[in-house]
Design a binder for this molecule. Structure first.
Ligand code: PDD
Length: 286
């Protein structure tokens, strides 16, 4: 079955969706996006994803083209029109089509796009054994809190991981942990879960918030503070989190084992809490 996508007010098969080459998303990467996981046909944390989407629009001076109620309807339509129980909904808005000129064009309609793909959550093997990571210098820009489609640096950094046969990069800027190419990073140090603060150098992850909430509600010791590179390299556990990776343990950093090289006790606890939480939320939504 062909995927059904949404483009500028219409639903159509993916292969029929076309945009003009002068779209500023194509020419400049001038746009913002969201990725929303869907479990058993229920979008997970949709209001939070939409709040971040709206903030990304504000940050790049782009009018939010639809209300949250309209986005919610669109997300539900995409879920219904596409087959799978578990999906990944992708929403993107670009500044629209205009003659190539860096400054923002006036009076141009944004391009609004939405699609759904089957959700691929981590394999059993990745959950049970953890994943490999490599470190990298975070050379991205100073507005990493904006979920922008300008992802060249993130793609290049992910390729560093791919070339090393690893799943993700763990990035450092000025000697401090930032995040991965498409995930947030936590460490566990002597039983304390540590997360870098949300600032302009990291994406405020929706999964990051869920993990901290679960730590809070379940009385797990945790702290949000800057984390040095040395603390990451000597951590008992490292986790990566995102809407599609959920919570994953890191087995190796630069080919060296993290802790004993296996997912740790704190990870196993958090992974279970996350799965239980998902199930509870989905049951309430049903
Ligand atoms: N990426 N940091 C970066 C740079 C990201 O791109 C992402 C998400 C995250 C985690 O955010 P969340 O928990 O809200 O998914 C952190 C998405 C999944 C992507 O680009 O496909």
């Amino acid at each position: 079955m062909s995927e059904i996508v949404y483009l500028n007010g219409e639903f159509m098969p993916l292969e029929d969706a076309r945009i003009p080459v002068l779209d500023r998303g194509f020419i400049f990467g001038d746009g913002v996006y969201e990725v929303i996981p869907v479990y058993s046909r229920h979008p997970f944390r949709l209001p939070e994803h939409l709040a971040r989407f709206s903030r990304s629009h504000d940050a790049i001076g782009l009018d939010y083209p639809m209300t949250d109620a309209e986005w919610t309807r669109l997300v539900r339509d995409l879920i219904t029109r596409n087959g799978s129980e578990d999906q990944s909904i992708y929403l993107q808005v670009t500044r629209g089509v205009a003659k190539r000129d860096h400054a923002f064009p006036k009076g141009v309609k944004p391009t609004v796009f939405g699609m759904s793909s089957p959700l691929t959550t981590p394999t059993r093997d990745a959950i049970e054994h953890g994943v490999a990571t490599v470190s990298a210098l975070d050379y991205r820009w100073q507005k990493c809190d904006v979920k922008s489609t300008s992802l060249l640096a993130n793609c290049m950094l992910r390729q560093v991981a791919a070339d090393a046969g690893a799943t993700e990069v763990v990035m450092f800027r000025d000697g401090f942990l930032t995040e991965g190419s498409s995930s947030n990073v936590f460490i566990v140090q002597r039983g304390t879960i540590l997360a870098p603060p949300k600032n302009n150098l990291v994406l405020p992850g929706i999964t990051y918030d869920v993990v901290l909430e679960l730590a809070q509600t379940n009385g797990l010791t945790h702290q949000v503070r800057p984390i040095t590179e040395n603390e990451v390299r000597t951590a008992d556990e490292i986790w990566v989190t995102s809407s599609t990776k959920e919570v994953l343990a890191v087995a190796t950093l630069d080919a060296k084992p993290v802790g004993n090289g296996k997912p740790g006790a704190a990870f196993r606890r958090m992974h279970q809490l996350y799965q239980d939480f998902k199930r509870t939320v989905m049951r309430q939504a049903a």
